[in-house]
Design a protein around this ligand. Sequence first.
Ligand SMILES: *Cc1c(COP(=O)(O)O)cnc(C)c1O
Length: 479
Amino acid sequence: MQLIFEKSKEGRRAIVLDPLDVPEAELPSELRRKEAAALPEVSELDIVRHFTLLSQRNFGIDSHFYPLGSCTMKYNPKIAEVVAALPGFAHLHPHLSTSEALWDRCQGALELTQRFEGLLAEIAGMEEVSLQPIAGAHGELAGTLLMAAYHRDKGHTHKTKIIIPDSAHGTNPASAAIAGFDIVEVPSGPDGMIDFEAYSKAMDDDVAGVMTTCPNTHGLFEKRIDEIAKLAHKHDALLYYDGANLNAIMGKCRPGDLGFDVMHYNVHKTFATPHGMGGPGCGPVGVGAKLAPYLPGPRVIKQEDGRFGLAMPEKSIGRMAPFFGNFMMAVRGYAYIRHLGGEGLKEVSEAAVLNANYIHARLKGAYQSAFDGRFMHECVFSATAQAAKGAKAVDIAKAVLDYGMHAPTVYFPLTVKESIMIEPTETESRETLDAFCDAMLEIADAAEKEDGAFADSPRKTPVGRLDEVRAAKELNCVY
Ligand SMILES: *Cc1c(COP(=O)(O)O)cnc(C)c1O
């Protein structure tokens, strides 16, 4: 495909301005260009075709099966887009939230914020939720800052450590470290669960909190989560729930009931708002009663006259984001939840778990299952047998691209060698799951028959195999 600069023809224009009908004013000379900007000279149709064709080379959930594990790339229902496009939401000016005199003009947005926070709290068994954080990792930072604020307030100056299992997403230790804590890593056992003995040994009165994901990033429900919570609370440590996998348990059990004190939600995963390429995310933080006074703000409150307003909680850790956070994601998440209702959300979790187990059942003869337990909404394999024949997890991922599907997650979780992590989500049909499994089986078959079968994959994509190290080190290199 040609670059748009290669299509440029001198003098060709997409837009021609009308003749000037006001007196011409000179721009100050220091603001004027010395040379014309090096822009491509193309017609409007050239531009439209160029970018439409480029966009068709992209992988997205609206165009391709996208089985990335841990990321939850599920379909984003269009009804949520219709709701978000309502002029009252779409044209909302962010500054309306900044002054009391303007609150009258954004009552609907304030009410939706409060309602959405209430639904999230109910779904996860939390007392209060704040929509401020704008990504899962940002919610983690809010959560760990809340833990710090709580312990500081209680005079627990000795509490400097946070326990995190080795299966955790890398953002967990990063967030806790930014919040000022020392990280204590505990290993997973061969069953893929937190090694309870190691956890008990790591636990003491200096521990401020424990961060876990449940189901964890091995796709397994932590069977001893009850004991983990009890031991943490015995030492006045707070239990943090990484909500990235909440889509496996909605309507089945609630983190709050399991003993979690603080959590983040990934609205862009669990509640089907668009994501990828870094945003826009929505990572609300939820808390039990203990931490509610410290929540980030300002928070939406109902005033005595029945109108909605904003107020900063007394002991708030402060703002995490400007204005309402990523408010338009809240509109989509709210529409999604209201569209499905309680029973619908439960079915989402059930179908997500069923689909992952269907894939696991079809592939476990060809790829080594990473764990013996039953998987929840995602399953993990180890491609060590294939790697021995020169088809590493990365080669298998590249081979999948030639079937017109996105690759599954590879090399995460870090605890599994040559890991391939697959999350089909609830929104895919049996036919799509079968097409993916057929492709994976064909790939395993070819890997066994021929050494290094996929060393040059992908072969059918517009861009072939890249030298990833060089691409990362020389951002400007041309292939
Ligand atoms: C995605 C994810 C995160 C981080 O969430 P972002 O919204 O990407 O910042 C944290 N933990 C787990 C397990 C995840 O999958």
